[in-house]
Ligand binder design. Sequence first.
Ligand code: 2PG
Ligand code: MG
Length: 446
Amino acid sequence: MSTDTRIESVLAWEALDSRGNPTVGTEVRLRGGGRGTAIVPAGASTGSHEARELRDGGTRHGGRGVRRAVANVGTEIGPAVRGLDAADQAAVDRIAREVDGTADLGRLGANAILAVSLANQLAAADGLREPLYRLLGDGAPPLLPMPMVNIVSGGAHAGWSMDVQDILAVPLGASSLAEAIEWAARVRRAAAELVAARDLTAALVADEGGLGPPLPGARAGLEIVTAAIERSGLTPLADVAIAVDVAATQLVGPGGYRLGERGTVIDSERVIATIAEWARAFPIVSVEDPLGEEDWDGWTRARDALAGLQVLGDDLFATDLSRLRRGIAAGAADAVLVKPNQNGTVSGTKAVVEEARQAGLATVISARSGDTEDSWLADFAVGWRTGQIKVGSTMRAERTAKWNRLLQIEAELGGAAEFAGRAALELRVRAPRAGLSRGPRSSSAG
Ligand code: 2PG
Ligand code: MG
């Protein structure tokens, strides 16, 4: 294999994601022999400002087929990037965007463009014989991220068994990625035991490998996860804290948000007050999408009212630079969720990470609820030093693919491995709560 990193060929096919829905797989081959393969993920609770994936419609796969996107790689994107230097990721992404010609990449499909962009990045690393995280790091030291691990799921990921979408464990007190994963797995097992003790099915898993028991609301889920932390012999908050993804865009309906007891509709102020109540009763350190994607004023008020929590924007920002800038100007959030397929290209996603960092926002790189066996997201987290990562629970192979890759990188780096630890969150939380570094607060669960 020579180090000629010019693109020789691009092949695409229709693959499946972890929900069994079609998605785009792509292989990029370089003249010197380097190769990269990527299969793109897809969300269920998608924001309306995401780059637009192309679906076929019709009857195949219930309309979700991606044959048109695959064909677009063969007829338009592939020919346009052939001969370019794969090591110049920005140039490859720029050409792919130009060929599409639309702002949301909807003509050729963001799924088609991201597949080529990712496969190109992987091929470049292979061609240059560098681990992907090293190439992405561009000289910066690698950083293992603090995981956010799904324990109890609801919303669109679990047939609406609970109103909020994710209740996650954040192993704040762990001193390595490996310890963080072990603690999270322990909490996941303890939560399953608690759910089973209530005569609810604990063996069935939701889309991201979390438990999906039917619960009356978020409080019940928060009680289970807090109790599971204690049952694991760990201290809530000091060892393992909780993150919540309200996924509130999904809760918006006529007259407000459907949050709380089934059917109740409340306004933004009441949503913020409800989250503040949860934060007083449970060891919560991060809240994602507390409000809907268009509720900009609400977000600014939420960030003020929830000082001490990391207020994290997913649908609000949609990994889009202009929305992120608007959010920074409005003081709408402390952190941005980073999903490559919301953006559409590797370099576009990187620009969002860099902009956030410059503005002092934390970055949480994230998988999708419909994900694939690929592990590149782990390398992106480490190379770009995102500090935090969310990929679902500690089971289901599309989830463990990312954890296992992080564990491999940590082992490879040995003593030189730097783990983000609690600083990943603490540095960003504007008014750290008294308990955050010192130990548990009182909890209503027991
Ligand atoms: C989210 C993601 C991942 P989805 O909302 O943060 O959990 O879900 O991929 O369905 O948008
Ligand atoms: Mg989310």
